[in-house]
Design a protein around this ligand. Structure first.
Ligand SMILES: O=C(O)c1cc(C(=O)O)c2c(n1)C(=O)C(=O)c1cc(C(=O)O)[nH]c1-2
Length: 240
């Protein structure tokens, strides 16, 4: 195979890494921080029942995140990427029983009045949330690993929302023990580290018009996953 400089035709429609990143970042417009359920929650207007419904249903997302990360690990052929990506699994699962993000989420559940056994058995799970989360896991199992990585990039937008949420919980929902908010405190540092890595991968590997379009549509799909979860939660627990 001869290596020649790309002709103008080869690069037609291909974005520079910076333009690709800008196109991805534009998706903040459809991120779930704008969902009416989150807006009400951050204004301090959610009832205890709404908060409980949200915590119980978001638990299904939480427990499935390490499963989708394991799917990405299984299809990624690069040891140097897997070595960094694997950290996401231990962040959520912990390295010992009683540690990690899932356990912290269960403690949040208990602090809002949910029973550990009912929460972990998904007894409160709404069908719309199940379908949305399952669609995310299936996406990462069936698409190429770079597309799956791109779908995680909603985390680019998460730290602002987490910081606002933490403030709202501490200020408005004083019936919740602040120690139970450990999950959100941890994510404020973890999300930027994770999204920086994801972005680095997408910038490096999406070098054709097709792969760039696939990355952008993966992120759009993921915004829909998050939005659909909240639609289902809002419909079940929000004001009529
Ligand atoms: O509470 C949120 O608004 C929120 C959003 C997101 C996100 O944007 O995908 C994640 C999380 N939380 C989160 O806690 C988390 O661990 C997480 C992992 C991922 C992912 O796709 O890999 N997103 C998110």
């Amino acid at each position: 195979m001869t290596l020649t400089a790309p002709t103008p035709q080869d690069t037609h429609g291909v974005l520079s890494p910076d333009d690709l990143e800008a196109a991805l970042r534009e998706h903040v417009q459809s991120y779930h921080h704008q969902h009416p359920f989150h807006l009400r929650m951050n204004r301090g207007e959610s009832t205890p029942e709404e908060i409980r419904g949200w915590v119980a249903n978001r638990f299904y997302y939480q427990v499935n995140i390490p499963r989708k990360d394991a799917a990405i690990l299984s299809s990624c052929p690069h040891p140097e990427i897997r070595r960094r990506w694997v950290r996401r699994i231990t962040d959520h699962d912990g390295t010992h029983p009683g540690e990690g993000g899932i356990e912290n989420w269960i403690r949040l559940g208990e602090a809002v009045g949910l029973h550990r056994e009912k929460l972990t058995a998904h007894q409160h799970l709404l069908p719309g949330v199940r379908f949305a989360v399952d669609a995310y896991v299936t996406f990462t199992r069936t698409r190429g690993w770079v597309e799956a990585v791109a779908s995680s990039l909603t985390e680019l937008f998460a730290p602002n929302l987490m910081a606002k949420r933490l403030e709202a919980f501490e200020c408005h929902y004083t019936w919740i023990d602040p120690a139970a908010l450990a999950y959100f405190r941890a994510r404020i540092d973890q999300a930027p580290r994770d999204s920086e890595h994801g972005l680095e991968i997408v910038r490096e590997y999406c070098t054709t018009a097709e792969s760039q379009a696939a990355a952008i549509s993966a992120l759009s799909f993921k915004c829909d996953v998050l939005w659909s979860q909240l639609d289902a939660i809002d419909q079940a627990y929000g004001p009529r």
